[in-house]
Design a protein around this ligand. Structure first.
Ligand code: AHR
Length: 331
C-alpha cells in the first residue's frame, strides 16, 4: 500500500509545480489550485469533511484547520459535504481536477469509494483517510488515522452489561448515519458486549448523528413504547443523546433516572449533561486528529514511510470522572 503511493510522489510533486496555491478554508468548487499550489515547500491539501452534523465534527474541523494552516506550510482547500455522499465524492473529484498535492477524506459512509479513489491514484495524488474508514481496497489510500469505533461500542456495552445486565432492561438505540463506519462498528461492539445479558434491544433507528435527529427519533420511540416502556438509550453520539434528553423531558420523564442514557464522543455539552446526571456514561471519541493527519500528509508527500493505520486512544467517563475532566476539556 505505502509503496504504491510513495512511487507516485514524484508525479504528484511534478504536477504540483504548475499549480496555484489556493486560499485556506475555501470551497472545493470555487477554489483554484491551478498554478503554484505545492510549489516550493507549500503542500496543497484538499480536505473532504463529512459536514457539520455534531459538536464532535466542529472540533474535528477546527483541529484540521489549525493543523493545516499556512503557518504550518499548507494551503487547505476545505469542503464540508453536509452529510451528502454524492457531494463528498464530487468534492474529491474537484480536488483531483485542481491537482492538489494530497487529499484527506473523512468518508461519510464506508461503501462507494472505489472509483474515485482509483481516479486519485491514477492522477498520482495520495489519499489519507481520517476519522472514518472505507470498504475499498487498502491499496487505494496511503494511511488511515482515527478511532477504534468497535472498541468504543464494546466499552459502552460492557458498562451497560455491568449496570443493567442482571435486570430486564428495554433498550432503544439511536444509530449514527446509516452505512457509516462508526454506526456500523459501534453497533457491532455494543451488541457483542451485551450478549447473554437481560438487556433487550426493542428498537433501533438512525438519528443521523444530529441533535434534531436524536430528538425526533426519541419522540417516536416514546410514542410507540411510552416512557415506562423504555429503560435505556444507547446513543451513537452525544448530540443524539442531547436530543433524546429534550424528548424525554418534554414527555415528563427524567433523563438519567427514569430512562438511563449511554453515549459516545465526550464533547463538552455531553460531558456537562453527564455531570448534571442526565447522561449516565460516555465513551470518548477523540476528534483532535489534525496534527497526526498533517504529519502523515507531510510524510507521504515527502516520500517517507508513514504508518498505514494509526489508532488514537479513547477514554470513558462516569459522572465522577466527568466532573474531574470537564474543567480542562479541550472540546
Ligand atoms: O465519525 C465520528 C462520529 O461522527 C462522531 O462520533 C459523531 O459525533 C460524528 O458526527
Amino acid at each position: 500500500m505505502k509503496k504504491r503511493f510513495l512511487s507516485t510522489i514524484a508525479i504528484a510533486g511534478a504536477a504540483a509545480m504548475a499549480l496555484t496555491a489556493c486560499s485556506s478554508d475555501s470551497d472545493a468548487g470555487s477554489s483554484d489550485a491551478a498554478d503554484g499550489g505545492g510549489g516550493g515547500d507549500v503542500i496543497t491539501v484538499g480536505f473532504a469533511q463529512t459536514g457539520s452534523e455534531s459538536g464532535w465534527r466542529s472540533a474535528n474541523t477546527e483541529s484540521m484547520k489549525t493543523a493545516f494552516s499556512s503557518e504550518n506550510g499548507f494551503e487547505l482547500v476545505f469542503n464540508a459535504a453536509d452529510n451528502d455522499t454524492a457531494a463528498q465524492i464530487a468534492a474529491v473529484r474537484s480536488f483531483i481536477n485542481q491537482g492538489v498535492d494530497a487529499i484527506v477524506i473523512a468518508p461519510i459512509v464506508e461503501d462507494g469509494w472505489d472509483d474515485v479513489l482509483q481516479e486519485a491514484s491514477d492522477a498520482g495524488i495520495p489519499v489519507i483517510l481520517e476519522d472514518r474508514t472505507v470498504s475499498a481496497s487498502e491499496d487505494l489510500y496511503a494511511a488511515w488515522i482515527g478511532l477504534d469505533f468497535e472498541q468504543e461500542g464494546v466499552t459502552a456495552g460492557e458498562w451497560a452489561a455491568a449496570e443493567f445486565g442482571d435486570t430486564e432492561t428495554n433498550m432503544v438505540v439511536l444509530e449514527g448515519t446509516t452505512g457509516s463506519a462508526p454506526a456500523n462498528d459501534r453497533a457491532t461492539g455494543f451488541d457483542s458486549a451485551i450478549e447473554g445479558t437481560m438487556i433487550t434491544k426493542i428498537d433501533s433507528q438512525t438519528g443521523d448523528f444530529t441533535r434534531d435527529g436524536g430528538k425526533s427519533v426519541m419522540e417516536g420511540f416514546i410514542q410507540n413504547y411510552g416512557v415506562d416502556g423504555i429503560d435505556l438509550v444507547y446513543a451513537h453520539n452525544d448530540d443524539m443523546a442531547l436530543g433524546a434528553i429534550e424528548a424525554i423531558e418534554a414527555a415528563g420523564a427524567v433523563p438519567g433516572e427514569d430512562i438511563k442514557i449511554i453515549s459516545i464522543d465526550a464533547v463538552h455539552d455531553g460531558m456537562q449533561a453527564l455531570v448534571d446526571g442526565k447522561i449516565n456514561y460516555i465513551v470518548e471519541c477523540n476528534p483532535l486528529l489534525g496534527d497526526l493527519v498533517a504529519a502523515a500528509v507531510t510524510g507521504v508527500v515527502n516520500g517517507e514511510d508513514v504508518e498505514a493505520v494509526q489508532y488514537v486512544e479513547d477514554l470513558a467517563f462516569d459522572q465522577a470522572a466527568a466532573e474531574e475532566a470537564l474543567p480542562d476539556r479541550k472540546y
